[in-house]
Write a protein of this length. Structure first.
Length: 542
């Protein structure tokens, strides 16, 4: 099969990480190749006045300062380097765009358009500056595809990943679109949202890493005739964002430094995140009043979270992650719950790696558990030998994957797995929900063609599963601004098969029912018993 021919528009041959990474990914593709680099020859930027020059350079200083800070949170190897594209040996041509008086709109001359047409390209990728308008939009059969590192429903303009932090938005989005004459109003072929980080450069690195993976995926999908996703077009009623002025930059810097000092102050006061598990008996999980819950006492030097309920021989059991402050790892423990009390039974699974999210289910009179083992880069299935404490590893279902919080269930004569995968390997598991299916619980798990079936940190991450009267209800986590597990919601799965997935949100819940709680992220129910968790900031030793 002949590869699709793709061109890349840039401003010069020395480029940032995202352009270099995209070309690098294209080299392994059997579907498309980057055949030509179109270099826009543009004059150096001129400042209308000295104040604008100061504004630009002050923002660059903020970025440089944050580069030092970001390394404390994730590896940035290679991200801030500049790369010479000549090393790829790709043919290049130069064009001189006709730039509007505003400096934003770029049009191409007929001679330049003719040179591009000679390359016989199927598609152009916009990787340079300028708002492209005119005939250049139609010079290739598939048009021009472009990133916008922002959700175009709420943020048009730039700088990428800045304004979401400045305004403390819960999530930061990106879109991939086929350009038309309207700024950020083209046909959207992919979009995603990640949790907003608490400072700009960290947010930018995470966003770019996620987005690049899916630009490569969309390019392959386009040329294998896969049906494009559809996204609703909404009216845009917000400003066209641009570089923050000096006052906004100073305000941002003050806010960020204050927030960092606040985090340091918490450490000085020896405050740490502590999860708790609560439960209650109720007639309906849909109408539960959480303030009536009983709280299970946390173990010494640790906490419990991620409650999953299971009924065995008319007794109620609650499996939890038990986190140890000293080892900074979790293991799986179990409690028995009745009308009068809750009682610790013992340790279920423990090893030299972290366990959490003890998803438990039954099939053919066998009891299984799929706990989170992302530290081992796999998804595992354990089988119970002697309930509730004795288990053995039955099978590694999926290998070489960074996945958390997997739900496994049988429906319509197939096995289904909903799991949260970090495609970028950056430690961000809250935005992508992936679906797998199999006819055999232990083998041959196939990825759903729509993966990720949800790409939104407000709803993607699993927080439990309720199966009731043949209906499926997925519990999802809601992430807040720099607040993991701010709340949870319940969605009814309305359609699930090998080609489609859809769900309908029923309700969302915050942590207000629990004293001093700042979040809640798991909810489960069986036979009139419900369990949830909540998080507080408590002093060490409490």
């Amino acid at each position: 099969m002949k590869k699709a021919q793709v061109g890349l528009i840039v401003d010069d041959m020395v480029q940032a990480w995202n352009i270099h990474d995209l070309i690098q990914r294209s080299l392994s593709s059997e579907i498309y190749e980057i055949k030509c680099i179109v270099i826009q020859k543009i004059k150096p930027k001129k400042y209308k006045n000295f104040f604008l020059l100061i504004q630009d350079y002050f923002f660059k200083l903020i970025s440089l300062f944050e580069r030092l800070l970001v390394r404390r949170f994730l590896s940035t190897e290679g991200f801030f380097k500049k790369y010479d594209l000549n090393s790829f040996g790709i043919n290049s041509i130069e064009v001189t765009p006709l730039i509007s008086d505003s400096g934003f709109v770029y049009r191409y001359s007929s001679n330049d358009l003719q040179e591009i047409k000679k390359q016989n390209l199927d598609l152009l990728i916009r990787g340079g500056s300028g708002i492209l308008k005119g005939e250049i939009l139609n010079v290739c059969p598939e048009g021009i595809i472009s990133f916008h590192h922002g959700d175009n429903d709420v943020n048009r303009g730039g700088p990428p990943a800045f304004w979401e932090v400045y305004q403390r938005e819960d999530c930061t989005g990106f879109i991939i679109q086929i350009l038309n004459e309207e700024l950020d109003g083209g046909k959207v072929v992919f979009k995603g949202n990640i949790p907003t980080s608490f400072f700009y450069t960290l947010n930018k690195v995470r966003l770019y890493r996620k987005a690049n993976i899916f630009m490569h995926k969309i390019l392959e999908d386009m040329f294998t005739n896969k049906e494009a996703r559809t996204y609703k077009k909404l009216p845009y009623d917000k400003p066209l964002y641009k570089l923050p002025n000096l006052r906004q930059q100073i305000r941002y810097l003050s806010m960020t430094l204050f927030y960092i000092l606040k985090k340091i102050f918490r450490k000085v006061l020896k405050k740490r995140i502590t999860w708790n598990v609560a439960y209650q008996f109720t007639d309906s999980w849909r109408e539960v009043s959480f303030r009536k819950s009983k709280i299970i006492k946390n173990p010494t030097n640790g906490f419990i979270a991620d409650p999953f309920l299971f009924k065995f021989k008319n007794k109620n059991f609650c499996f939890v992650e038990q986190y140890d402050f000293k080892t900074q790892k979790g293991h799986i423990s179990v409690y028995e719950i009745n009308d009068l009390e809750d009682k610790y039974i013992g340790t279920v699974l423990k090893d030299n790696f972290h366990f959490s999210y003890p998803y438990i289910f039954e099939n053919n009179e066998e009891i299984y558990m799929c706990p989170e083992t992302s530290e081992m880069k796999d998804i595992r299935l354990y089988r119970c030998l002697d309930f509730p404490l004795k288990w053995e590893l039955e099978k590694t279902l999926i290998k070489d994957v960074s996945a958390v919080d997997s739900n496994i269930f049988e429906f319509n004569e197939k096995w289904w797995m909903l799991t949260n995968i970090d495609s970028s390997d950056s430690g961000e598991h809250c935005s992508e929900l992936h679906l797998f299916y199999s006819s055999d619980l232990r083998a041959n798990w196939k990825p759903h063609p729509l993966n990720p079936i949800i790409f939104d940190s407000k709803t993607a991450r699993n927080g439990g599963m309720i199966l009731e009267n043949g209906e499926l209800f997925r519990v999802y986590q809601r992430q807040g601004w720099d607040n993991y597990g701010e709340g949870f919601g319940v969605a009814k799965i309305t359609n699930i098969n090998e080609h489609e997935y859809s769900e309908e949100r029923l309700f969302e819940v915050g942590a207000g029912a629990f004293d001093k709680a700042v979040g809640t992220h798991t909810f489960n129910s069986i036979n009139g018993l419900v369990a949830t968790d909540f998080v507080t900031l408590s002093k060490k030793g409490n």
